[in-house]
Design a protein around this ligand. Structure first.
Ligand code: YCP
Ligand code: CO
Length: 287
């Protein structure tokens, strides 16, 4: 399913704030740290097959019915949102994701498999619980915001990243749902599919100036294995605020690496690109 707005749901702010407060007590997993430039991408499993805890989707016994985990049970209003707006029989996983002061490397994701039926976990849905101006997403060359209460499909097989360039604690529900013949069956509300990223959600980014581009490329004179992820963070953050053109992040990182004249850095950047983009989309195609 391509990335698009599905609809907007009504959130009870007071009850939501209580759950967001409770969520601070959850012991979040911090997976995928090789994608993260900044503070960790925090994930807590709220629903999973058998109601078990755990971080990685493939760890679960898919023959078991999806149920709330102990962390899910701690958030009564989030449970109510899920059972009010989703047909839970089609839901495989629900995770609560918190991000702050951090950007992810633009990457493609595996579409992970359901072990028993060998069917793809067909669709990934985001529900925005808490966000602000400094929280953005990127897909291909676009940068956009999902707003509070919005429900989206995200196409994780396309290059994408998420970023919170300030202190906001951005909290989303990330919901994996099985394939169904009629996507309306996934929800209790009517889908008003936007067909793509709506203009109202796209971020207006001024063109990157020449001086800024030169400044970024001149990081070639200091890049080394130890600061490479910090340089990546600068480039990704710039991408969220300025339009640097097609494939800006990876083109810029490759150019910085090439200008450094350091073969080890060139290889590290290439390997990182391969690991986060090529290997992942090939494996999704193979599966
Ligand atoms: C995502 N993909 O795009 C996740 C975040 C890295 C893998 C962590 O939501
Ligand atoms: Co991803």
């Amino acid at each position: 399913m391509r990335t698009q707005l599905i609809n907007k749901i009504e959130l009870d702010r007071e009850r939501l704030l209580e759950d967001l407060e409770r969520s601070l007590e959850i012991n979040f997993a911090e997976p995928y740290d090789e994608f993260v430039c900044g503070r960790p991408w925090k994930s807590a499993m709220l629903m999973a097959p058998g109601g078990g805890e755990g971080g990685v989707l493939s760890d679960f016994d898919h023959s078991k019915r999806t149920a709330f985990t102990a962390d899910g049970e701690r958030l009564p209003y989030v449970q109510e949102i899920l059972s009010t707006y989703f047909n839970l029989e089609h839901v495989t996983f629900v995770r609560l994701i918190a991000l702050s002061n951090s950007v992810l490397i633009p990457h493609c994701d595996y579409v992970e498999l359901d072990d028993t039926s060998k069917q793809r976990i067909a669709h990934r849905v985001h529900v925005v619980l808490s966000t602000a101006e400094d929280a953005m997403f990127n897909e291909s060359d676009s940068v956009y915001r999902m707003k509070e209460g919005e429900v989206w499909f995200i196409d994780v097989t396309r290059p994408h990243s998420a970023g919170v360039v300030g202190d906001t604690r951005r909290v989303h529900l990330l919901i994996d749902v099985a394939d169904v013949d009629d996507i309306e069956d996934l929800f209790t509300f009517t889908c008003e599919l936007s067909g793509g990223i709506p203009d109202a959600n796209l971020c207006d980014r001024p063109a990157l100036g020449d001086a800024e581009r030169d400044g970024l490329l001149s990081l070639s004179s200091i890049i080394d294995e130890e600061n490479m992820m910090q340089i990546m963070a600068l480039v990704v953050k710039k991408h969220y605020r300025k339009d640097g053109g097609h494939n800006f992040v990876w083109n810029t990182m490759s150019e910085i690496a090439a200008r450094s004249g350091n073969e080890a850095i060139v290889k590290t950047v290439e390997d990182l690109y391969r690991h986060t983009n090529i290997a992942r989309s090939e494996s999704a195609l193979a599966s």
